[in-house]
Design a protein around this ligand. Structure first.
Ligand SMILES: [Mn+2]
Length: 424
């Protein structure tokens, strides 16, 4: 469904006075407010095409109705999110779940919604119905060169789809690994995976990036062949300057210091992109910022610090994507929450007094350093996030407007109650 301009205008008009009162503190007292608002307007977070339907667990899936049935309907959903928050101006596609039938038409539809295509994702973690050889024992690491070749060709096909759509990056996440000790020769698995990735890398256009995503566990529960940032960094380093590590927040062992990983990868010029989500136990794929908002802030603190140290453009020099799954919530509501949580953490990180923080560190003033970070984290930045949305043409409160329009009921009316989006 489309958001009508009068609906947006009515919503904003109703909330405008209250918003201006909250914003007054920022415009009166914070010298940096304008700079932060502009950075928020520029910052766009890609929505994954596989997160627009209900996810599920090993135990069941409870659909919410009105799920997008086609790539066009997925783009319509992301277009609606972007119309509401003006911060979701990109979509990340998964092949073969979202193979465009007519790339030009798909590009036009995306342009109509103001969307660009972020990284395209390959899939060698499942067998497709028409597939000749199985990935049961891995894909790029497989002992049989014919299976490796099939997986390589699939990745090259994904690049071709991405080129046709104007994407500039390929994300490779491998489920390759082993479930039991003894099953796998680690050195051979690494070498075979590297050789396969080298063939894929050779097919990259010169202005593309290859993101190597890592995960510590699952679906292989003894070893993962790209299991941590160290192995991803090794692959990316050996592949060449167009290869980077992709950090998915849910892919670490419990209590990993993700902000330190981010700082190191940025320093080594090997951080390529992000998959945002949140978790308490494992790869829970929960709403960004819903469990550990301080961790999300500390990650953004390192991102801003590390990107500024290298003169990088926050909005364009890394891939910013959500990778989440929605089991009990309306996926679109969840994605609105995630985007806002990411914007809040980013705005708080922009507030950090970096000169004072560096002075405190050099003086071993631990208390002062902690106070500086927590002062930024404890600041309610929601009024400037809302102001950025307003200036960019979005809604002051996207979730409130989404609900007041009874959007899900309308989507069910358009698409049906029992629709299932392609994806996991
Ligand atoms: Mn991911």
């Amino acid at each position: 469904m489309n958001l009508e301009s009068f609906q947006l205008a009515d919503h904003n008009q109703r909330l405008l006075d209250a918003h201006r009162r909250k914003l007054a503190y920022w415009t009166d007292a914070v010298a940096d407010a304008e700079r932060i608002i502009q950075k928020l307007i520029d910052f766009q977070i890609a929505i994954p095409s596989w997160a627009l339907g209900t996810g599920g667990t090993r135990f069941g899936r409870f659909g919410g109705g009105g799920e997008p049935r086609t790539l066009d309907e997925k783009m319509a959903d992301v277009g609606l999110l972007h119309a509401l928050n003006r911060a979701s101006g990109a979509i990340s596609l998964h092949i073969p779940w979202d193979i465009p039938q007519d790339a030009d038409a798909t590009r036009q539809t995306a342009a109509h919604y103001g969307l660009r295509f972020d990284a395209v994702n390959s899939n060698t973690f499942q067998d497709q119905p028409d597939q000749a050889l199985s990935y049961k024992f891995g894909s790029l690491q497989h002992v049989d060169p014919a299976v490796r070749r099939q997986a390589i060709e699939h990745n090259i096909e994904v690049i071709r789809h991405g080129v046709a759509l104007g994407s500039k990056a390929l994300t490779v996440w491998l489920s390759d690994g082993s479930c039991f000790p003894g099953q796998l020769n680690f050195r051979k698995a690494f070498s075979r995976t590297l050789e396969s990735l080298q063939d894929i890398y050779a097919a990259l256009p010169s202005d593309w990036k290859l993101f190597v995503e890592y995960k510590a566990f699952e679906p292989n529960f003894y070893s993962m062949t790209v299991g941590d940032w160290g192995s991803s960094f090794l692959y990316a380093s050996k592949l060449g300057p167009q290869a980077y590590t992709l950090v998915d927040l849910g892919h670490h062992l419990p209590n990993a210091n993700i902000e330190q990983i981010v700082a190191t990868l940025l320093m080594e010029e090997k951080l390529g992109g992000f998959h945002f989500n949140d978790s308490k136990y494992g790869d829970d794929d929960l709403t960004a910022g819903s469990i550990k908002p301080y961790q999300l802030f500390l990650i953004f603190n390192e991102l801003v610090d590390g990107m500024d140290a290298r003169g990088m453009n926050h909005a364009t020099d890394l891939g910013w994507m959500i990778d989440a799954s929605h089991n009990v919530k309306d996926p679109l509501e969840d994605l609105l929450q995630s985007v806002e949580a990411i914007q809040i953490a980013y705005a708080q990180a922009l507030l950090v007094d970096r000169t004072a923080l560096e002075e405190a560190r050099e003086a071993n003033d631990v208390v002062r350093a902690q106070e500086i970070l927590q002062d930024a984290f404890r600041t309610d930045v929601r009024p400037i996030v809302a102001e950025a949305r307003l200036r960019a043409g979005g809604a002051l409160q996207p979730l409130t407007l989404y609900r007041s329009l009874d959007t899900r009921t309308q989507l069910i009316r358009e698409r049906g109650l029992k629709t299932v989006a392609t994806g996991l």
